[in-house]
Design a protein around this ligand. Structure first.
Ligand code: NAD
Ligand code: TDX
Length: 356
């Protein structure tokens, strides 16, 4: 049975939290390419190490765009921002997002991912005309064996501090919709890749190391499987759910695109070799097996039938076109990489946004 909203939601002003990060910025760039979106966007971001306003520079209509530097845990500032700009929808991307960092320091993950989501939900409870979309991950469902895929009904079995904090935030969203009747939607997406991804995550890290002939660190035996989706396809899926997803519903989002890490790396090596004229065999020699990530989930795979069936979602990029576009972007954007790596983007942020 189709469960979509009969009339798509329309928004006068969307508060996009984490809009300076990898996926949030792709979503903002995507929104400003949609003719049917004529509203305003408030990018609300604390600008942690992962937040970079360069990611949206030049891609927004300035007359319909505002930036507010703020923490999602700061309930008063979120509420004031919503009132000042007449926000009628919140899309929550803001999070600590890197599994390895969550193993080294879980506190920030509990604070932002759990307490931050709680704070946003409290704002929506106080202003129930605001629709709340929560951006989550397939990692909340835990690790799969060799077969099967996560559906919306799969049990939550998070294994890392990151996924546990995202699972907790998902539960709060569900509870607030159920208990207080606020309007929510939620999406659980697989691994994203594409331009502007911070080079701590697998694909950009590997591309940058190849460009600098540095070792390519593969955790464990390299046979952990991830389901990869190009970031603009994720942005489109969120826009579909935001507009037409049934209130109170969750949607799994994925590319039906599973790759063991080592196979993905081999493909990436071929593309980097073709795009830069480097020798593929010399790049292969850089592969270095390193100690495994503690608690490393073996396999993720998403059954995206619900969003495909109900909302007509289809990824526009396959792995070859998506990886090639990504490699070309990193090759062409040495300035962005240099500023991210040297920390120069932080100096600019502190100069312009250091004091509120
Ligand atoms: P990211 O780390 O690139 O960006 C996170 C953004 O949130 C940054 O701009 C950061 O400054 C901001 N932020 C962090 N803490 C904040 C706080 N307390 N208040 C306000 N802003 C804060 O992350 P991403 O990869 O773009 O992920 C975005 C969302 O998508 C996250 O919720 C993540 O769990 C989810 N997700 C990511 C993936 C993936 O593959 N990257 C897949 C599925 C779901
Ligand atoms: O250097 C590396 N070597 C390596 O083998 C890194 C950084 C990763 N890996 C492996 C670990 C994973 O099996 O590659 C795979 C992908 O790793 P990450 O890019 O760290 O992603 P993952 O841990 O799968 O989580 C990502 O997808 C789901 C995002 O970081 C999350 O925010 C999202 O929710």
């Amino acid at each position: 049975m189709n469960e979509i909203e009969k009339t798509p939601r329309s928004f006068r002003c969307l508060l996009v939290t984490g809009g300076a990060g990898f996926i949030g910025s792709a979503f903002i760039r995507y929104l400003f390419r949609q003719p049917e979106f004529t509203g305003r966007v408030v990018n609300y971001d604390a600008l942690t190490y992962a937040g970079n306003l360069e990611n949206v520079a030049g891609a927004v209509d300035e007359s319909r765009y505002e930036f507010v530097r703020g923490d999602i845990c700061d309930r008063d500032l979120v509420l004031r921002t919503c009132e000042t700009f007449g926000v009628d929808g919140i899309v929550n991307f803001a999070a600590e997002s890197h599994v390895d960092r969550s193993i080294l320091g879980p506190g920030a993950f509990v604070q932002t991912n759990v307490m931050g989501t709680f704070s946003l939900l409290e704002v929506v409870r106080a202003r129930p005309s605001i629709h709340f979309h929560h951006v989550s991950t397939d990692e909340v469902f835990g690790s799969l064996g060799p077969t099967g895929a996560f559906t919306e009904e799969s049990p939550y079995q998070p294994n890392s501090p990151y996924s546990a904090s995202k699972a907790a935030s998902d539960h709060l969203v569900r509870a607030y919709a159920h208990t207080y009747g606020i309007s929510t939607t939620l999406s659980n997406c697989s691994n994203n890749y594409g331009p502007y991804q911070f080079p701590e995550k697998l694909i950009p890290l590997m591309i940058l190391n190849m460009l600098e002939s540095k070792p390519l660190p593969v955790y464990g035996d390299g046979m952990n499987v991830r389901d990869w989706l190009f970031v603009d396809d994720h942005a489109e899926a969120i826009w579909m759910v935001l507009r037409s997803g049934k209130a109170g519903s969750t949607y799994n989002v994925g590319g039906r695109n599973e790759w063991p890490n080592l196979k993905l790396l081999e493909k990436l090596i071929e593309i980097v070799a073709e795009e830069t004229g480097r020798s593929a065999s010399a790049l292969r020699d850089l592969i270095t097996f390193v100690k495994d990530r503690p608690g490393h989930d073996r396999r993720y795979a998403v059954d995206a039938s619900k969003i495909e069936r109900e909302l007509g979602f289809r990824p526009r990029h396959d792995i070859d076109s998506g990886l090639r576009e990504t490699v070309r972007w990193y090759v062409a954007n040495g300035g962005w990489i240099e500023r991210v790596r040297s920390g120069a983007y932080r100096d600019w942020i502190e100069k312009n946004y250091g004091a509120r």
